[in-house]
Ligand binder design. Structure first.
Ligand SMILES: *Cc1c(COP(=O)(O)O)cnc(C)c1O
Length: 357
């Protein structure tokens, strides 16, 4: 069986070494030694001013929306994982979709201004598949209309744009460290903000609003990462260089062998050091996709239709047609990509795709 992605498991003894520290400390959560150590290591690894670890990648989106979007209209992308939209709805904000760029697959910044109303409070855009949004243009628009910018950077671990971490852009960026993501803590996530003030608010919000044991800054929720999750992160982090280079080899091999007029690839924004997080291919039609998918499935190879359906078609929101996103969602397929995908399986995948085009 070849899945679309496979979790990286560090050597078990590396994990148990960290677990032993937890047993010794007799301390499982509430920002213990391992969580603090992982935050410190990530701060220097990613070169960002601050990192706060969370228990998953959805809660930081909700916290950021709670603080910054204030129940207003939130301009967002229809081409992302469902959490981007559901977090907006969950926080009693209204998602206002803006269609995507046909080549970059990120929100089409040229269409944002037309969607702004007096109720718009924020923009929540996804750097989908680790491909940066047009962050400079979005920042200009946000300044002009006094909007907050939140980036769902769930796919962006290790991505650098214009010589700095992609997490440095926007008022807040969030990441996911779910087991299916490139760097993981089983379940986990984080938020990043360059503003000390905002960072403080996000920080207390993720821990019930606590200001010491008996005082509260304000309302909060529990989004803390546990020591057990941090132990996994500390065990995986030393392998990231190897994970990136292994994934690069897989991507290079696909690129060399899937150069075909009947499929196209996502265009990566100029000045990006990408992280090889996903390998989406776009077919000429949904029929072509389904035919390839079926043949791959018969060979026990399971690519995934990321992202399908287009989020503007979810049943619980006011639907509006998004032609580009709906069209691309119906024809895009993510091929298997993980650190130890071997050439034999990759050749098999490539052969089946070519045979069915
Ligand atoms: C994975 C993902 C999330 C959610 O992260 P979790 O850690 O699973 O809660 C949010 N947005 C995007 C784009 C994702 O891919």
């Amino acid at each position: 069986m070849v899945p679309v992605t496979k979790t990286f498991f560090p050597p078990l003894n590396k994990y148990t070494d960290h677990l032993k520290r937890i047993w010794k400390n007799e301390w499982l959560t509430n920002r213990g030694e391992l969580v603090i150590e992982l935050e410190t290591k990530l701060k220097s690894y990613l070169n960002v001013p601050n990192v706060t670890l969370t228990t998953n990648g959805t809660l930081p989106l909700q916290i950021a929306l709670k603080i910054l979007a204030n129940g207003g209209e939130v301009i967002t992308t229809p081409f992302s994982y469902v959490a981007t939209t559901s977090a907006i709805v969950w926080e009693n904000c209204t998602p206002v979709f803006v269609d995507i760029h046909p080549e970059y697959l990120t929100i089409d910044e040229t269409k944002i201004e037309a969607a702004i109303t007096s109720k718009t409070t924020a923009i929540l855009a996804t750097h989908v598949f680790g491909n940066p949004c047009n962050v400079d243009m979005i920042e200009k628009i946000a300044l002009k209309y006094n909007l907050k910018v939140i980036y769902d950077a769930a796919h962006c671990f290790g991505v650098r744009y214009q010589d700095k971490s992609l997490f440095n852009y926007g008022d807040v960026s969030t990441c996911s460290f779910h087991a299916t993501k490139i760097f993981h803590t089983a379940e986990g996530g984080s938020f990043f903000s360059n503003s000390d003030d905002l960072n403080k608010k996000l920080y207390y919000s993720h821990n019930f609003g606590h200001n010491g044991p008996e005082n509260f800054h304000g309302v909060g929720i529990n989004a803390k990462m546990s020591e057990v999750q941090a132990a996994m992160g500390l065990s995986v982090l030393p392998y990231m260089a190897k994970i990136f280079s292994d994934r690069k080899s897989v991507v290079d091999f696909y690129n060399e062998n899937l150069d075909n007029a009947k499929i196209r690839k996502m265009k990566i924004r100029h000045n990006t050091e990408w992280n090889y997080s996903y390998y989406p291919i776009i077919f000429n039609s949904e029929e072509a996709l389904l035919k390839v998918q079926e043949s791959l499935n018969e060979a026990k190879i399971f690519p995934r239709r990321y992202f399908y359906p287009s989020l503007n078609t979810l049943t619980y929101i006011d639907q509006k047609i998004m032609p580009v996103s709906e069209e691309i969602s119906s024809r895009i397929l993510c091929l298997p990509l993980f650190h130890d995908l071997d050439v034999i399986n990759q050749n098999k995948i490539i052969k089946i795709i070519k045979h069915n085009l």
